[in-house]
Structure formats: structure tokens, C-alpha cells
Design a protein around this ligand. Sequence first.
Ligand SMILES: CC(C)(COP(=O)(O)OP(=O)(O)OC[C@H]1O[C@@H](n2cnc3c(N)ncnc32)[C@H](O)[C@@H]1OP(=O)(O)O)[C@@H](O)C(=O)NCCC(=O)NCCS
Length: 117
Amino acid sequence: MEPSHIAVIEALFGSDLYRQSLRLREAVLRAPLGLTITEEELADDAMRQHFCAISYGLVIGTVSLKPLDEATLQLKQMAVAEDRRREGVGAQLLAHAEGWAHEAGFLLMVLNARMGG
Ligand SMILES: CC(C)(COP(=O)(O)OP(=O)(O)OC[C@H]1O[C@@H](n2cnc3c(N)ncnc32)[C@H](O)[C@@H]1OP(=O)(O)O)[C@@H](O)C(=O)NCCC(=O)NCCS
């Protein structure tokens, strides 16, 4: 069941929600590996669709979709704040991304994943 206090909305590239999402991505996906977000990745972000999960005004989850061709999207940079995992936020982000992809006419979604976590 979807928690009612969590909403998934678009985080327009360059917006405040996008910047909050970027900070979350960096903390969850890059900092533990001793990495930061590169200039190349930021440039690539302009080509992607970004969504964030919000709870009480704070971004607690994020995901991006990158078009690879007219039918295919790559799901990237999915992250949920460590203290908000296993609440269904990830599932809600994924459902929203799939809904958007379907509406936009994409037919296939691909992704890379990490073991563990
Ligand atoms: C992966 C991640 C986005 C999942 O987000 P989440 O909000 O915790 O996921 P949900 O609560 O919606 O879980 C949905 C289902 O996914 C599965 N799941 C979630 N985390 C899991 C884990 N660590 N191991 C195995 N299964 C997991 C479970 O089946 C879960 O349902 P259940 O707990 O009711 O059985 C989150 O754990 C995260 O940000 N991890 C670190 C970053 C990361 O690994 N991102 C992917 C990079 S490739």
C-alpha cells in the first residue's frame, strides 16, 4: 500500500527539487564509494527526466530516466534516503517512472544494478 504522506513528482532539471535530488544521489550513490558527481554526469542530466519522492517537504527518494532511443529508456540514479528505506518509497518511484514512460510512448526500460546495499 502506498503511504499517503509520500508524493512522487517531477524534479525539473535545474530546479530546487532537482538540486535536493542531486544531493541525495551524491550522499547515497557516490560518497560511499569515495566519488563525487562528475561534470559529464551533470551534462547528461539535462537529457534526462527526473522524479523525486517528497515527504513533509523533504526529498527522500530520487530516480532519473534517460532516453536511449525512441522506444527505450534507461533507469538511472535510483536512491532512497537511508532512514526511509523499506517503506515502499522505491516501489512508488518505480511505479511513477513506469507510468510516465508508458504515457510518453516508451516500450522498454533497462537498468544496471549493484549487488548488495
Ligand atoms: C534500492 C533502494 C532504492 C530501494 O528503495 P526502498 O524504498 O527501500 O524500496 P521499497 O521499500 O519500495 O522496497 C520494495 C521491495 O524491494 C525489495 N528490496 C528493497 N530493498 C532491498 C534490499 N536491500 N535487498 C533486497 N530486496 C530489497 C523488497 O522486495 C521490497 O519489498 P519488501 O521489503 O516489502 O519485501 C534503496 O534501498 C536504496 O536507495 N539503496 C541504495 C542505493 C542503491 O543501491 N540504488 C540502486 C543503484 S543500482
